[in-house]
Design a protein around this ligand. Sequence first.
Ligand code: ADP
Ligand code: MG
Length: 635
Amino acid sequence: MSKKQFKAESKQLLDLMINSIYSHREIFLREIISNASDAIDKLHYKSITESDVPVSREDFRIDVKVDKEAGTVTVSDNGIGMTKEEMDANLGVIAHSGSLDFKKNLEEGKDVDIIGQFGVGFYSSFLVSDKVTVISKAYGQDQAWKWTSEGADGYTIKECERDSYGTDVIMHIREDDENESFSQYLSEYTLEELIKKYSDYVRWPIHMYLEKGDMEETGETNEDGTPKKEWRTHIEDTVVNSMVPIWQRDKSSVTDEDCKKFYKEKFHDYEEPISVIRVNAEGSVSYKAMLFIPKVAPYNFYSREFEPGLQLYSSGVMIMDKCKDLLPDCFRFVKGIVDSPDLSLNISREMLQHDRQLAMIRSNLEKKIKNDLDRILTEDRETYNEFHKNFGPQLKYGIVEGWGAKADLLKDLIMFHSMEKDAPITLKEYTESMKEGQDKIFYASSESIARAKQLPKAEQVRDKGYDIICLTEELDEFTLRTLRNYNGKEFCDINSKDLDLGTEEEKKEAEAKEEESKDLLGFVKDTLGDRIDSVKLSRNLKTHAVCLSTEGDVSFEMEKYFANLPGSPEQNVKAKRVLEINPNHAAFKALEDAYANDKPKAEAMCKIMLDQALLMAGMPVEDMLGYSENVFKLF
Ligand code: ADP
Ligand code: MG
């Protein structure tokens, strides 16, 4: 039979695996054992949900064997096995789009430790082997198949013999070279340690034939009549892992460290989670849960590809890998396991959606997660800030999408950058440090914090001693709009027309000035025409001469957002533009002067003022040439 080629991507990936030096080669065993365990899970599940599958739970096992002479390590299981087609599809081609991302990570020098995250765990066998053979017989089939590959140049699949269903993965361990010892993986002791380290909680027994020694009776007697003993060794079939799922064990017998270690292995994260939440609920629905809040977002978290969900078990049997209905969407970053003896094994995804017990578990978990995040926020701010950097957008999205009850749940967990503290703060913190007389929460929308600080009106708000939160993400402004207010305190865009900062007296004074300048303002509006909706004298500017603000519901950031929605009827939604002029600025005096003495010059000034205001608001000047000509008219 001719050799089949790996798909191009797979080939490059294998090359990378084989030819580079990694610190974590040892994870190959974890990955291969985890596949064996998955295969047994599948057959076990089949045996309890279908009537004609006579296999018994007690017989399931994984074997790890070493053949020092042949230089091989073999991992065998009596799980579901693979047909020829399955071998071709699962081992020959990396169908998962994850392989590409994994390759990218490798090339960027990230550790191979995260391989399982990308659904290419099987390939880790090539970290230590120069040849891998897989012999497999699918459950219910007569023919076994043998898949062989020596790495990047392809693989073959041939007929072969195997007594019963299941799979052997035979890894031909590489020769030692000057840099690395591969022969260590041919030592039972090393393998045993690796199993304890990485695969201790695998639910199926992992067997090894280990040499055991003991003082044994020889059959002869000593001079004093006692039986003679001597040290003898024998080979014993030993179960190496402890098997009891960690979430089933008593809280007191499992440390947080154990749980975190378990998390890293089970969910293939290279970072420890920031928190472990354990639940042992009894009552109208009983379940145990072990949840983890990750520190970093998986590479595909904010893409459609990311599949959220918790693993669902019923009395130790996994019935679903990613059960979405257990997790509210706003907390979709949470990983973990729920195990309930009350759930039926045969439950389908469709039925789960309507399951009352599941709904109860979900609402319970939602509270637990929220409380835990509250706790981290108060107890360990640095960790929370880091968490928020990664998952804050998800929480905000939760508010926008869920509003009502979800907004209440999440409003104290979100943060925004404070101009005063130059650090992220919560809305609660903002309102608690509001100044006397301040009744609004001021915010500045802009593409960056630096830009927000430069907005013309920020100056006077800050002068009053009021803090401003910076909204730099598209989602931020929608979040505040959804919330409407925070505990009764309104949100106020510093870009909007009237900030109402001054005293009554100042207000009156400004109105008088405005009345006085009525003609001039009319002239400005006439000169600028449709380019603005209105013009006014500003009470909110200090050193800046002009600024552009909005009137009504639509802000500039909203306008930009809508403009980027192709085909949407809202695409042409425009903010109402107000040109504000600082009456105390020399530019205004000059305009007054020109208006009285030199109309063409006054017109040029109006146009320049608008263009300057646009620039300060971070918006393009449409007519560059016109702008430039106007500037020169001033000379
Ligand atoms: P993942 O485990 O994330 O699916 P892997 O690269 O580890 O990715 O494995 C690829 C696929 O190969 C598995 O999904 C499974 O279908 C198949 N496979 C690997 N090992 C075994 C095994 N021991 N028994 C049955 N199928 C296996
Ligand atoms: Mg795997």
